[in-house]
Design a protein around this ligand. Structure first.
Ligand SMILES: [Zn+2]
Ligand SMILES: [Zn+2]
Length: 297
């Protein structure tokens, strides 16, 4: 538990040091943005849609490469993430949900649950479909190896001038590593906290009859490449897309389609059953919400 606390604490100190030691410049902001987007993609496309929901398929080598990219989101190992998230869906907003804000409040859902000793082990039975691969079990245990390899890698790249002459080793490490990883963690945590708090303005429930309290949040979706369409996702989490209406922009889904076209992935599940679209008011018929089945996914 203390190790988890130290890691998360160290990351925040690095993020603050980035802002204090190196005032923002356009090259630093560009490095931050690119690094942040890679980490959010790693979380949403790999840990969430692939490992937690198996919403597309990948060959064994590609699966491992995806898992390696996934570790760069800085949210522990792929099997741990997927097992925790599957438990979240199964028990969404009940007392068995590992990070519901309903019973223990915002801070528990946002951050405190991460340091809860009971949440540190991976329940491999919940992710048996992926836990049968020994390389994934290894990476799940040693996720910090590729994650912390970025420390010397970013420093050396910055020192060698790869990010431009105005960025050195330390500013590359802090602005390209610690700050975006901290931001990506908080953004993911916001889905767990305010993504389940409809009482906070700025969102809507396309599926108001769902038993859980998930919310679609357009701003989160925009900043997280589609991960903010959380009410849609709780209604039909089997899909590789979370934006159901044409205006619910889902960059991760588009990127998966592009990777499928390139032959890197297959079976990207993009179809939402018509009945679910109509229940959400998309398509021909308006939903009859009072008679729609309340289903927790
Ligand atoms: Zn949720
Ligand atoms: Zn999910």
């Amino acid at each position: 538990m203390w190790l988890a606390f130290l890691r998360v604490g160290g990351r925040h100190i690095g993020a603050i040091a980035a802002l204090v030691l190196f005032p923002p410049t356009w090259p630093l902001l560009t490095l931050l943005l690119v690094s942040y987007l890679i980490r959010i993609w790693a979380m949403e496309a790999v840990y969430h849609r692939y490992f937690a929901h198996a919403a597309y398929r990948a060959g064994r080598l590609m699966q491992f490469l995806l898992a390696l990219i996934g570790t760069q989101c800085g949210q522990r190992g792929p099997l741990w993430w997927a097992a925790t998230h599957r438990t979240h869906h199964r028990f969404a907003d009940t007392e068995q949900d590992p990070h519901t804000p309903v019973y223990k409040g915002f801070w528990h859902a946002h951050a405190r649950w991460l340091t809860d000793a009971s949440q540190l082990n991976t329940d491999l039975d919940v992710v048996a479909d992926y836990a049968r691969y020994p390389e994934l079990r290894w990476l799940n245990k040693y996720y910090w190896v590729p994650l912390y390899l970025m420390v010397p890698a970013l420093w050396l790249a910055g020192d060698a001038g790869w990010f431009g002459s105005s960025i050195n080793g330390w500013s590359a490490l802090l602005w390209g590593g610690y700050l975006p990883t901290t931001l990506a963690l908080h953004m993911t945590s916001l889905v767990n906290s305010i993504g389940h708090m409809p009482q906070i303005p700025g969102g809507y429930r396309r599926y108001p009859n769902l038993k859980d309290r998930s919310v679609n949040r357009p701003l989160l979706a925009l900043l997280m490449l589609g991960a903010g369409w959380h009410n849609n996702h709780h209604r039909y989490g089997a899909a590789a897309r979370a934006g159901f209406a044409w205006y619910e922009i889902d960059v991760v889904y588009w990127s998966l389609l592009a990777m499928e076209k390139l032959g890197l992935l297959s079976h990207v599940k993009g179809t939402i059953p018509r009945a679910i679209l109509q229940e959400g008011g998309i398509g021909r018929a308006r939903p009859r919400l009072e008679s729609a089945p309340a289903e927790v996914r």
